[in-house]
Design a binder for this molecule. Structure first.
Ligand SMILES: *Cc1c(COP(=O)(O)O)cnc(C)c1O
Length: 364
């Protein structure tokens, strides 16, 4: 599918700042936009990044029929640009859309949108070691209508910009025992706007108490660990120093359910870990398992996993007001896994799984 490109006459790019990773978290020059009405997609185009007109009665603003994705394009060692796991993001986008009673985006439209947009702004893709170009596909109900209904009109937009994760110090998190992010039968496994709105109040209360984010627990009993903020969560359990046991370190992460977002970084880390001989257990882990593991020292590492932060070590876990701390060094498994993942993303190791989708390559 060929998408027309209306290039900006006023680029905002500062190439040397991008190369130094200094121009970050700003929208790039262009955006993709397409309109859905009368059951069809039309006017797909790449145009200069700008505000879009929207009716105050646009349904999405009132009833949160809105879905997004978060993915990244990387500048490879050979200077080409490639998007990480576009197919998985495409599939998850459509699963989220279905849950929100929104029409699917055809595969050709999604791939062409990402490819044409990122190709137009390829000079905005920063080089490694940690920087990348964040891509935000977004779709929401744009029909102007008084009264509640499922919209018949939508906008599909793709925007993005250079991004560098802030690896400051390990995070401080609090296990949330009152509020919930997701409930069984709800929308927790969809990347829909409303989930994030509902998380803001408890997250902000945790910030006021000095934490970076909360660890979500199950809505019914608040005893099982689910996610960490807007990331999946994993633990390194290592019983090898307990005399009676002679085990290798194991990665433990909550098994997927309809209250856990099926993270593409999580699934990538599981694949890379298993293929490098590290055992991974996807299972239920309770707050008291976590507490005992932290007290006895069998849980050595706790980390968040997601596109934005990649793998982010957690240094403090507060459980019912008691803080447990963890320390990390260059031998920590979290850093080993992050390196393995980055080696694929920046083209330093072979793309064994077909995860990298090169931009600007015309298929024949
Ligand atoms: C996006 C997201 C994740 C991480 O998913 P990735 O595909 O790895 O970026 C985890 N949890 C929630 C709630 C999310 O929104």
């Amino acid at each position: 599918m060929t998408i027309p490109v209306d290039r900006t006459a006023n680029t905002r790019i500062d190439a040397s700042a991008i190369a130094d990773g200094k121009m970050t978290n700003v929208p790039s020059d262009h955006m993709f936009i397409a309109e859905y009405a009368n059951k069809e997609w039309r006017k797909a185009r790449v145009q200069p990044y700008r505000a879009i007109p929207l009716a105050p009665f646009a349904l999405g603003l009132h009833y949160a029929q809105a879905v997004f994705e978060g993915m990244k394009a990387y500048r490879l060692e050979n200077s080409s640009v490639a998007v990480f796991r576009i197919q998985s993001h495409f599939q998850r986008f459509n699963r989220s859309l279905e849950r929100m009673e929104m029409p699917p985006v055809p595969e050709d439209l999604f791939y062409s949108a990402i490819n044409t947009f990122v190709d137009a702004d390829r000079d905005w893709v920063p080089p490694g070691p940690e920087s990348a170009f964040y891509i935000r596909p977004l779709m929401f109900a744009s029909e102007e209508r008084m009264g509640l209904k499922s919209s018949d009109e939508f906008l599909f937009i793709v925007v993005g910009g250079p991004f560098r994760p802030l690896y400051s110090k390990p995070l401080r998190v609090k296990v949330e025992r009152k509020y919930s992010r997701a409930a069984p039968g709800g929308t927790g496994s969809a990347k829909c706007a409303g989930n994030y709105a509902a998380a803001m109040y408890p997250t902000q209360r945790a910030r006021e108490e000095g934490y970076d984010q909360v660890i979500w627990t199950d809505a019914a009993s608040h005893t099982r660990i689910e996610e960490s903020g807007t990331m999946n969560v994993a633990f390194i359990e290592d019983k090898s120093f307990v005399k009676s046991q002679n085990t290798e370190p194991v990665i433990v992460t909550p098994a997927l359910s309809d209250t856990i977002l099926d993270g593409i970084t999580r699934s990538s880390v599981i694949t890379l870990a298993r293929d490098s001989g590290i055992k991974v257990e996807e299972r239920s882990i309770t707050v008291s398992d976590l507490q005992q593991g932290l007290e006895s020292g069998t849980i050595r590492e706790v980390f968040g996993i997601g596109t934005a932060a990649s793998l982010a070590p957690i240094g403090t876990v507060s459980i019912d007001g008691i803080e447990h701390s963890l320390s990390y060094n260059e031998n920590s498994i979290v850093y080993l896994l992050r390196k393995r993942l980055n080696d694929v993303r920046y083209g330093r190791s072979e793309d064994l799984y077909g995860w990298m989708n090169e931009i600007g390559v015309v298929e024949v």
